[in-house]
Design a protein around this ligand. Structure first.
Ligand code: MLT
Ligand code: MN
Ligand code: ZN
Length: 311
């Protein structure tokens, strides 16, 4: 099995279109130790021929152009794509907007929790995905693993979806619904993807508000976890004058602090830990900075666009 990180940044990307924070200003200027990053997505394949995208980023077209494996195979005729399936972990713009770039008339399957499929159904623009070609498959959250198929291909992978603490998509928040803004189960899920032949597996949790006991139990002893690396500290966007929101308010755990992911993973015995979905404000983006050193000291890697991982 091969994982290719198509996009390692959170919503907005890096640099973000309107952002003049230190990181964004520096990466625009080519400061050493910073790399530009597109928005959150992975591509996964067992055989290198049929691929599933985990989330469909607004930068999908650019990501496919940068990934030779996702080009139409030369022998496949006039119109073809190795992309056979897309799995969505929430309804946020950075994870679903790329579906609109897959509207060119080829067969694939979209897997998501009912809650996210309802978002697609409620927004007619997604009807550009021809229902005769693009099947929408509900994922049972907390249910048994299923075999991934799409576009006439069997991907040779199993997929398990499980609930994680999180928040409903930003544009669906209901301010009158109390502290959860109307969040329900299925709004944010994590995935376990396994190679049916070899049993090699990994977890993908790009959005997560907290590591509760159930999630800790699930991840304990895993060989590979790709995890929410949005912020380094809960108040960094406020401290940098970028936003009035904490990480908690956005549904994202931070890396540092007593409730952070570095601390939560410290006793879990996960062999390989990689941060994905990094916000442009995150100081751990700076390869030569003290926060990156802390992250690496705690045994973590920071994903970059084009990174290849073999679970
Ligand atoms: C998030 O991960 O919090 C969202 O992608 C935010 C957004 O939609 O901009
Ligand atoms: Mn996001
Ligand atoms: Zn910025």
């Amino acid at each position: 099995m091969l994982i290719k990180v198509l996009g390692s940044a959170a919503g907005g990307g890096f640099p973000q279109i309107n952002c003049n924070c230190r990181n964004c200003a520096n990466v625009r200027r080519g400061t050493p130790g910073l790399r530009a990053r597109t928005q959150s997505s992975l591509a996964v394949s067992r055989d290198g021929e049929a691929w599933v995208l985990l989330n469909a980023s607004p930068d999908l077209r650019q990501q496919v152009a940068a990934t030779p494996e996702l080009a139409p195979p030369p022998s496949a005729g006039d119109r073809a794509s190795p992309i056979k399936a897309v799995v969505l972990t929430n309804g946020d713009v950075d994870h679903v907007a790329g579906l609109l770039s897959l509207r060119e008339g080829f067969a694939f399957s979209v897997y998501a929790a009912e809650r996210v499929l309802q978002v697609l159904a409620a927004n007619n623009i997604f009807d550009v995905l021809d229902a005769r070609l693009v099947e929408r498959v509900p994922l049972a959250v907390g249910g048994r693993p299923i075999g991934l198929k799409g576009g006439g291909a069997d991907l040779g992978l199993t997929l398990e979806a499980f609930p994680v603490p999180g928040k409903v998509a930003l544009y669906l928040e209901d301010p009158g619904a109390g502290p959860g803004f109307g969040t329900r189960e299925g709004d944010t899920i994590g995935l376990r993807v396994a190679d049916r032949a070899t049993g090699a597996a990994f977890f993908y949790v790009p959005g997560c508000a907290a590591i509760d006991a159930a999630l800790a139990d699930r991840l304990r002893g895993a060989s590979l976890v790709l995890f929410d690396g949005t912020l380094y500290s809960d108040e960094e966007m406020i401290a940098q004058g970028l936003s009035s929101k904490t990480g908690r308010r956005m549904g994202h755990i931070s890396m540092s602090g007593p409730d952070g992911s570095l601390a939560a993973f410290a006793g879990l015995g996960v062999k390989r830990r990689i941060f994905v979905h990094l916000n442009n404000s995150n100081p751990a983006l700076r390869e030569d900075g003290p926060e990156r050193a802390q992250v690496e000291k705690a045994g973590w890697e920071v994903a970059f666009d084009g990174m290849e991982i073999r679970p």
